[in-house]
Design a protein around this ligand. Sequence first.
Ligand SMILES: [Zn+2]
Length: 58
Amino acid sequence: MAYEFGCRTAGSACDWKARGATEEEVLAKVAEHARRKHKVQAATDTLVSYLRSTLRQS
Ligand SMILES: [Zn+2]
C-alpha cells in the first residue's frame, strides 16, 4: 500500500510525482519539492489539508 501525489493532480503543469508508504512521507517530499520548484516557502495547514485531500492510496 502506498500514497501517491502528483503536481498535475493539484492543477500544476508539472509532471513531478511523489510516492511513499505514509501520508507524512509523501507530504515531506511534496513540501520540499514545492519549496524548490514552485517557490512555496512553507507548507501551511491549508496547503497540507489540501494535499491530504488529493493524496491517493494505491
Ligand atoms: Zn511540481
